[in-house]
Design a protein around this ligand. Structure first.
Ligand SMILES: [Fe+2]
Length: 401
């Protein structure tokens, strides 16, 4: 990358870093039980909840206990469960009109990233009835308080309960875009490990590796704060200690709880400190070949960490020492390598492959350009790469090394 482009990226990131303390980031307060949630809604003078979820979740009966608890204190519950994976503008419009027609006054997002995205966008539409979703595309276009939003994640990985983003797909054009604004950050999150016990093994592993990628990319980036570093360190330690246990025994409630906590902490870390090239590449592969987000991240992560090379040895060493992978007497270089090997070992133990064969060699230049456009100048990556340099990572991810 030429010096002027590099300078532009670093100045752009520097401005955001300076603004960080004054931007209205907040974290969802953590709730520990449905009873506590019901009490909170009553105390907040709420009467009717719109619960946004999907059919897979309602068919399993996962929200039943919550619904019964809410009804036991005379709260009304309206369920919207038509949300699809990659929620659409039709989903949001349908759920928003249900919110109005049934006179709801608050929202619960119950599910994985899709339910969260849909509920946040419903909040935006309710707050801004005269603005279409596409008019709110981009950054800071909502600008108004949304109805009380409580997030209940049913997977441990996306960290979406902590973020200000809602990703929506236009039903007609299939164009996928993000609405990013501070009011979309849920006010509360309820972490209930029981909801995650039935997750298929490959969802447990790949969403868990997504959370690990959030923690690592936030930590090695150049816009960290004391708080985001602490969150990323705790999250990665919890993931190294609990993900494989949650994967091998889905009923291990302690491991499941710790993974929810880790996902949440990693979410807090990357909301303020961003992700990096791993995510940018994963998004390009998700868009082109529909490769699941967590799976793509898990496979790309070790390749990209090696590509960064020396400049992240110290940070990976710090993460490894904190996680107990080795002690302080290990050299920075050796520690960083052990750290990357640990990621590869986890992938292998959880039957996550080492390559993505779907990548078509002819697509690589366009994919690399897409990833570079996403990452630069926004992501404060430890080292800047050109699209041409990123092409090498795509080749490695395709063929292995
Ligand atoms: Fe992610």
């Amino acid at each position: 990358m030429n010096i002027f482009k590099k300078l532009y990226c670093r100045i752009y990131q520097g401005v955001f870093r300076l603004l960080l303390p004054v931007l209205p980031y907040r974290e969802p307060k953590i709730l520990n039980s449905y009873k506590e949630l019901a009490g909170l809604l009553v105390a907040s003078n709420k009467h009717n909840v719109l619960l946004v979820t999907d059919k897979g979740i309602t068919n399993l009966g996962l929200p039943n206990e919550l619904i019964n608890t809410l009804k036991s204190v005379n709260l009304g519950v309206v369920v919207y469960d038509n949300t699809v994976a990659n929620p659409t503008t039709d989903n949001v419009e349908e759920a928003s009109s249900l919110f109005h027609h049934t006179e709801c006054d608050c929202l619960i997002a119950f599910g994985g990233g899709s339910a969260m995205d849909c509920a946040k966008a419903v909040g935006a539409r309710v707050a801004r009835p005269n603005k279409t979703l596409s008019q709110m595309k981009g950054i800071l276009k909502v600008g108004k308080k949304i109805p009380l939003l409580i997030a209940i994640p049913t997977t441990a990985g996306t960290g979406s309960e902590t973020t200000l983003a809602s990703v929506i797909t236009d039903s007609k054009t299939r164009h996928k875009y993000a609405i990013n604004d501070f009011p979309l950050i849920p006010s509360y999150a309820l972490l209930d490990e029981k909801l995650t016990v039935g997750l298929p093994k490959h969802i447990t592993s790949t969403t868990g590796m997504d959370a690990l990628t959030h923690a690592i990319e936030a930590y090695i980036g150049r816009s960290t704060t004391k708080q985001t570093r602490a969150c990323a360190l705790k999250a990665s330690k919890l993931i190294f200690e609990n993900l494989f246990a949650a994967y091998t025994d889905g009923n291990n409630l302690t491991a499941r709880k710790n993974m929810l906590i880790a996902s949440n902490l990693a979410g807090v870390a990357f909301t303020k400190s961003y992700v990096g090239y791993v995510h940018a590449i994963a998004h390009s592969l998700g868009g082109k070949y529909n490769i699941a987000h967590g799976l793509a991240n898990a496979i790309i992560l070790p390749y990209m960490l090696k590509k960064y090379g020396k400049c992240i040895y110290k940070k990976l060493w710090q993460m490894g020492v904190y996680a107990g992978l080795f002690n302080k007497s290990t050299s920075k270089e050796v520690g960083a390598k052990i750290f990357i090997e640990k990621i590869e070992e986890m992938n292998s133990q959880m039957n996550i492959g080492t390559t993505i064969s779907e990548i078509n060699i002819n697509d690589i230049p366009t994919l690399a350009k897409t990833a570079q456009d996403e990452a630069n100048p926004l992501y404060p990556v430890p080292k800047l790469f050109t699209a041409k340099e990123l092409e090498e990572v795509y080749l490695e991810v395709k063929n292995g090394n």
